[in-house]
Design a protein around this ligand. Structure first.
Ligand SMILES: Cc1cc2nc3c(=O)[nH]c(=O)nc-3n(C[C@H](O)[C@H](O)[C@H](O)COP(=O)(O)OP(=O)(O)OC[C@H]3O[C@@H](n4cnc5c(N)ncnc54)[C@H](O)[C@@H]3O)c2cc1C
Length: 458
């Protein structure tokens, strides 16, 4: 019998595992516990409807292209699992394999793109094929699904990506990458978990009772107490608060990340384009009036300076959809999470101008912006941008969090990994790289400074 049937206000029920938080992390954990590992009494609690805090705000992209071996291994595993679920569900969550295209107009950055790509390829992300216009080069295949293609042959760039600026000197097409509907993946996992006996409670976890340093029970905001020996903290941007209930601190911060959806009615970006990333810092070419206006205000003056790399976007929806999603963290904001998230009113215009450096056709919107909406959430992350997956200090408590800007793509492998920790199943080789205990290794912090280009974050 499910726990909900036994529950009354103030009553005591029992669960094998309580998962706190029904974002994509908690939902994936519940799926692996119930469906894959056969745990019978699993409770997933969240006061919000599932997947509605951060997991439905994402750009929903995935890639195996990461700057260190454990992340490549984790993402390769996640994509293997997603590929299996695509088969099983008839692609209920619309996964595609369009890839990511990193574009540069700077020769030095093109060289570093090649150096970094060579290193990432050697970490297990797949072969790197170079297309420099030599007769000995391999053919560029638009539908390749593995490794990556570095294109420095400008004719090839123009043939396959004619919408890119003619200043482009290199484009790196990463192939084990694309996007899917995170909401639909979540619904699929949740449905399967419920069929396997999962109990979903619309409740906030308010207290964790321990006995001799071990989880004994948890209390919910309707005063229900659930006796359990295992708790998974999958509270997304609120993992610190849940850890604090056990007197623990987690080494994470939260960054605000916004996203804009444009109704790109002139269809400058083709509907079959990959994820497009401008790899160069840039200075926006404001009109003299706009520059004067922005320069007068301390809050906006920085927009006249050189802004960071990685303005990016992709087409959204079915081929006939005019929508495009775009993101650019031109200002890093580390803050205590608050909701609703603070929206920068300049965001749609700044991002559109940034995108038009890479795709000059978008300048048609320079004088008249298309209809747009902005939303966003938090990248809750560790300093080295690796997630936290594994036991917490309190015995019986586990963490699945700090999923930063990769929680949707990592959810399958991360949910599987934490479920294996909970049940004591054998762990994969990459498991220690994500455990909190890594911070006890003095060599670890030295090592992480060697990550390639800011932890690979977009
Ligand atoms: C703008 C943006 C773009 C992104 N793009 C991508 C992308 O392209 N690809 C990608 O892989 N990732 C992307 N991400 C990151 C991804 O969205 C997150 O890493 C992921 O959604 C985190 O999932 P989560 O389940 O940990 O957190 P959440 O989705 O925030 O879920 C946490 C849940 O915990 C619940 N909770 C909190 N406290 C309690 C409590 N005490 N009791 C019960 N429940 C509690 C909350 O109500 C919430 O529902 C993006 C994020 C943003 C903001």
């Amino acid at each position: 019998m499910g726990i909900a049937a036994k529950r009354k206000n103030g009553s005591m029920a029992t669960a094998d595992v309580v998962v706190c938080g029904a974002g994509i992390a908690g939902v994936a954990t519940a799926y692996f516990l119930t469906v894959e590992l056969g745990v019978e009494r699993v409770v997933l609690c969240d006061p919000r409807p599932p997947l509605t805090l951060t997991s439905d705000k994402s750009t929903e992209c995935y890639r195996n292209w990461w700057p260190n071996e454990p992340m490549v291994a984790l993402m390769n595993r996640s994509i293997d699992l997603l590929d299996g679920m695509v088969e099983e569900s008839g692609n209920a969550f619309h996964l595609n394999r369009r890839g990511y295209l990193y574009v540069t107009a700077d020769r030095d950055r093109a060289r570093s793109l090649e150096t970094v790509a060579t290193a990432i390829s050697e970490l297990g992300a797949g072969a790197l094929r170079i297309h420099a216009g030599r007769s000995s080069d391999p053919a560029y295949r638009p539908d390749d699904r593995r490794g990556a293609d570095l294109i420095t042959d400008r004719r090839l760039v123009r043939t396959y990506f004619p919408f890119l600026t003619d200043q482009t000197v290199a484009a790196l097409h990463v192939r084990r990458a694309g996007w899917f509907s995170a909401q639909q993946l979540g619904e699929y996992l949740l449905g399967r978990a419920k069929d396997a006996g999962l109990t979903l409670l619309p409740r906030r976890l308010t207290a964790v009772e321990t006995d001799g340093g071990r989880v004994k029970s948890v209390t919910l905001d309707d005063d229900t107490t659930i006796r359990t020996g295992s708790l998974v903290n999958a509270a997304g941007p609120l993992i610190r608060d849940v850890a604090a209930l056990m007197g623990e601190e987690l080494p994470v911060t939260s960054e605000l990340h916004l996203k804009v959806a444009y109704r790109e009615h002139r269809r400058v970006i083709p509907p079959d384009a990959p994820m497009l990333i401008w790899n160069d810092p840039q200075q926006i070419d404001w009109s003299s009036e706009a520059a004067e206006y922005l320069g007068e205000d301390r809050q906006t003056r920085f927009l006249l300076d050189r802004l960071p790399a990685a303005c990016h976007g992709r087409p959204e929806g079915a081929p006939e959809s005019p929508y495009v999603l775009a993101l650019w963290e031109y200002r890093r904001r580390v803050m205590q999470p608050v909701w609703p998230v603070p929206i920068d009113p300049m965001y749609p215009e700044v991002v559109m101008r940034g995108m038009s450096t890479m795709i000059p056709g978008l300048s048609v919107y320079r004088d008249r912006m298309p209809y747009s909406t902005v939303d966003g959430g938090y990248y809750t992350r560790t300093a080295e941008n690796r997630p936290l997956i594994g036991p917490m200090a309190t015995s019986g408590a586990f963490i699945l969090g700090a999923l930063s800007g990769f929680g949707v793509m990592a959810a399958a492998a991360a949910g599987e990994l934490v479920a294996r920790h909970v049940t004591g199943e054998p762990l994969p080789g990459y498991a220690p790289a994500f455990q909190l205990s890594r911070y006890e290794d003095p060599a670890y912090l030295d090592g992480i400074t060697e990550t390639i280009e800011d932890g690979g974050q977009l």
